[in-house]
Design a protein around this ligand. Structure first.
Ligand code: BES
Ligand code: MN
Ligand code: MN
Length: 456
């Protein structure tokens, strides 16, 4: 323990400086205008893996952005940890709401503000620095493989192909990922599940062109109004989703499982205060943790149509659109839910409009084991670094590759995230606490140590 803390102490500034360099790359995977920067980020990550001591480092080309691979194999008799992370980030928009520019990392109040600070550059880079630390202070307890991708935020479309083509190279005993949240630094926790995702776009077309809203308004259905009505009808008065068959495959938790989830610390007043809302909303009969971690949901991610520029323009738009996503829980599949949504949405369309539904990407839900050697190693590592036993929770977000690792490679995942829900992932002013960054670098070598010991 002392050597870990000592090494971090001696290398603090450099470890932070390197993360800042990484955060300066605007590696936005969703917008092609950033493509050269995304590619440069992959090269930077590869170089940092080499510098830290990894072998066979390769920037593996795909049909999209490259996957950075590197490894250090010390002994075939020792267990192997496959570290997964992503170097791409979400678009920084809306830019005007950032207090400091998203790609100029700035420290305020002990926190690093930058796009990707928490999701996932700050988190995966802890693994690179923890690896360096182990290499420099007594060696690795386990074999380590790194797979850092550049398309997580756009659905990891090429990662599945890469995994299938590299089964042998990716062989491991556990996948270790830091890309999730803890309850708080006082209440360290480990996520034991992720929701799946079905993401699609709808387009409502009314008249064949935009119309003068005075000349035609009142006689022709307005697609924006129709879209709003159709979307509003997708939840009933109890905030249940109304799509027929939507809940058919959902497994209800046992009372014991619900009690365990609800025993985690939660302060509703603080939760509301942080978001500046007066009341919470959600499916009747479930708590906040149950709603975000164990129940499927449907959200409008964006909605537009007609005139949205400066000032006023009187127009009855020809089209209205929305991007809609559904979060899925174990036993639901993105393919089936996408189909159920599509059938239902087409069915509820009134005759005044035409409806088009286009699927985007999907991902399957997972529950990760809490009785495995790897989970126990993570528990021990966190207990030692934080002085407290971690609480198991269920995450509301999605990392589609986790289900794929299980299906394709037969490997289970440990979700050892160090972010906080309040770190503003995907929002303006995303942040990551410098304390969490160093705490992660301290905890990860302990995971490797205990995983090796408990695997014997
Ligand atoms: N790191 C997040 C997922 C996450 C965040 C899980 C917090 C648990 C807690 C990841 O980068 C992400 O944003 N995933 C997307 C899905 C992807 C297919 C675009 C998501 O959850 O919306
Ligand atoms: Mn992420
Ligand atoms: Mn993300």
């Amino acid at each position: 323990m002392q050597t870990i803390k000592q090494y971090i102490d001696d290398n603090k500034q450099r470890m932070l400086g390197e993360l800042f360099e990484l955060l300066r790359f605007p590696s936005v995977s969703a917008d092609p205008k950033y493509a050269p920067e995304v590619l440069k980020t992959a090269d930077y990550v590869a170089q940092k893996l080499r510098d830290a001591g990894a072998d066979n480092v390769e920037v593996c080309q795909t049909a999209g952005y490259p996957i950075v691979y590197g490894e250090k194999l010390i002994d075939p008799a020792k267990p192997t940890v496959l570290v997964y992370g992503h170097y791409d980030v979400q678009p920084p928009d809306p830019l005007e709401l950032w207090h400091t520019p998203p790609f100029e990392p700035t420290v305020r109040d002990g926190k690093i503000y930058a796009r990707g600070a928490c999701d996932d550059k700050g988190q995966f880079y802890m693994h690179v620095k923890a690896f360096e630390l182990m290499m420099q202070t007594g060696g690795l307890p386990c074999n380590v493989k790194f797979m850092i991708e550049g398309e997580e935020e756009v659905g990891s479309n090429n990662l599945g192909i890469f995994v299938k083509a590299n089964r042998e190279r990716l062989k491991a005993d556990v996948v270790l990922i830091s890309d999730t949240s803890m309850i708080s630094m006082e209440h360290p926790s480990l996520e034991t599940g992720l929701r799946g995702l079905s993401y699609l776009e709808v387009e409502i077309t009314g008249p064949n062109r935009d119309l003068h809203s005075g000349v035609y308004g009142g006689a022709v259905a307005n697609p924006a109004t129709i879209l709003a009505k159709m979307i509003a009808s997708l939840h009933d008065e109890n905030n249940h989703i109304t799509i027929p068959g939507f809940y058919d495959d959902v497994i209800e938790l046992t009372q014991a499982e619900r009690d365990a989830l609800n025993s985690a610390p939660y302060n509703e007043d603080e939760y509301k205060k942080d978001l500046d809302i007066q009341e919470l909303w959600g499916e009747k009969g479930y708590s906040t943790f149950e709603r975000t971690g164990t129940r499927p949901t449907l959200e409008v991610n964006g909605i537009w149509g007609g005139y949205i520029g400066e000032g006023a323009k009187t127009v009855l738009p020809s089209k209205a659109n929305a991007k809609i996503s559904m979060r899925l829980v174990p036993n639901q599949t993105s393919e089936k839910i996408t189909q159920l949504f599509t059938d239902h949405f087409l069915k509820i369309a009134p005759p005044y409009v035409k409806v088009k539904v286009t699927p985007h990407h999907g991902g399957e839900p997972v529950v990760t084991p809490t009785d495995s050697v790897a989970y126990r190693a993570a528990e021990k590592a966190i207990a030692e670094a934080f002085g407290k036993q971690p609480i198991p929770t269920r995450g509301g977000g999605s990392i589609p590759i986790v289900a794929l690792f299980e299906a394709e490679l037969g490997i289970k995942t440990v979700l050892m995230g160090f972010g906080l829900d309040s770190d503003a992932l995907h929002s303006p002013n995303e942040k990551y606490d410098i304390f969490n960054y160093y705490k992660g670098i301290e905890t990860i070598p302990l995971f490797h140590k205990y995983f090796a010991e408990l695997s014997k």
